[in-house]
Write a protein that binds this ligand. Structure first.
Ligand code: IPM
Ligand code: MN
Length: 353
């Protein structure tokens, strides 16, 4: 019996999570496993009403779940940073979800903005370090608000943190059994301390994996290659900030935020699964947002929980939905179907086959 914490969150989060849960129900029936969910109301509304983001006691409770399923965090009436730090990053850091795994896979039936590229060219995964770097929040102001103000924000890179991330990337690459290639993405020509450490650790770990080829790309260049030659990549490992940036680029080449999912993984603890797009306030409550990213996040959850059969079935159902001709576009409001109809379609395919 899996215990799953559900945090629908803000904006369109609850709408897409509802569709993911529909698919979970179908998948559980198909693969014969049981689960229970506990829903938490953390998000902008609760913060505005109570001043509370995510209490420490809730973080402790979340540790006891097998997985966390998150919709979206971000509210137009709350100053940027409060909910992101208070909820999302608090969970990632607090539960030591040190990997942010973000597949960039172009499914058949999906429009790709890249000329002459198809599903055979776009199938890579970004392994983003998820607990260090610029996200640590290490820094501060001096003489704030004066003409002589100083603002410092430091990138924290520990040997342990860098190594466990890189090791995960190599292990994942081996298991994935694709092109068997890990690319380190950094900026060694400028970040001559932080990324010197990354490069040294990368080379050391790589020597333990003779079956895997390695490559290096500067972050600016990888932005170019993701567009020009996405087929070069298999597994890309990078730090927190660069991972954040290149996975938005990754999302758009796989068809957009409507389909991009990610997993915040603690390999020996509780992991959290989320669509990587935001709370999309302008589409909230309209039943027009695309739930496929949330459904793909759910598929990743099944995979990490070890429900391989269910996970494969959900992915198959997503592909059947995408190639059914019924979904006109992945963009909110242009799908030709409502949010719940897309959920029904995918859940239907899980049940049918
Ligand atoms: C993401 C988001 C978050 C991040 C924000 C909301 C803090 O952009 O998951 O990519 O920067 O990690
Ligand atoms: Mn991001």
């Amino acid at each position: 019996m899996y215990k799953i914490a559900v945090i629908p969150g803000d904006g369109t989060g609850p709408e897409v999570v509802a569709e993911g849960l529909k698919v979970l129900e179908a998948a559980a029936e198909y693969a014969n496993f049981e689960y229970e969910t506990v829903t938490y109301d953390f998000g902008g509304e609760r913060y505005l009403a109570t001043g509370e983001t995510l209490p420490d006691s809730a973080l402790e409770e979340l540790r006891d779940f097998d997985a966390i399923y998150l919709g979206a965090i971000g509210h137009p009436d709350v100053r940027p940073g409060i909910l992101e730090h208070g909820i999302l990053l608090k969970i990632r850091f607090g539960l030591d979800q040190y990997i942010n795994l973000r597949p960039v896979k172009l499914y058949p039936g999906v429009d790709c903005p890249l000329k002459d590229k198809g599903p055979q060219d776009i199938d890579l995964v970004v392994v983003r370090e998820n607990t260090e770097g610029l996200y640590v929040g290490c820094g501060g102001f001096v003489r704030k608000g004066t003409p002589h103000e100083i603002a410092i924000q430091e990138s924290i890179n520990t040997r342990m943190g860098v190594e466990r991330c890189i090791r995960f990337a190599f292990e994942y690459c081996r298991r994935r059994n694709g092109k068997k290639k890990v690319t380190l993405c950094g900026k060694t020509n400028v970040l001559t301390y932080a990324h010197d450490l990354w490069e040294r650790v990368f080379n050391e770990v790589a020597s333990e994996y003779p079956d895997i080829t390695t490559d290096y790309a500067h972050v600016d260049a990888i932005c170019m290659w993701f567009v020009k030659n996405p087929e070069w990549f298999d597994v890309v490992v990078t730090d927190n900030m660069f991972g954040d940036i290149i996975t938005d680029l990754g999302a758009i080449i796989q068809g957009g935020m409507g389909i991009a999912a990610g997993a915040n993984i603690n390999p020996s603890g509780t992991s959290m699964f989320e669509p990587i797009g935001g709370s999309a306030p302008k589409y909230t409550g309209k039943n027009v947002i695309n739930p496929l990213a949330a459904i793909c996040a759910l598929q990743m959850m099944l995979e990490i929980l070890g429900e391989e059969k269910a996970s494969k079935k959900v992915e198959e159902a997503v592909v059947l939905a995408l190639t059914s001709g019924k979904i006109k576009s992945l963009s909110a409001g242009k799908m030709g179907l409502s949010t719940s109809e897309v959920g029904d379609l995918v859940a239907g395919f899980v049940k049918k086959c």
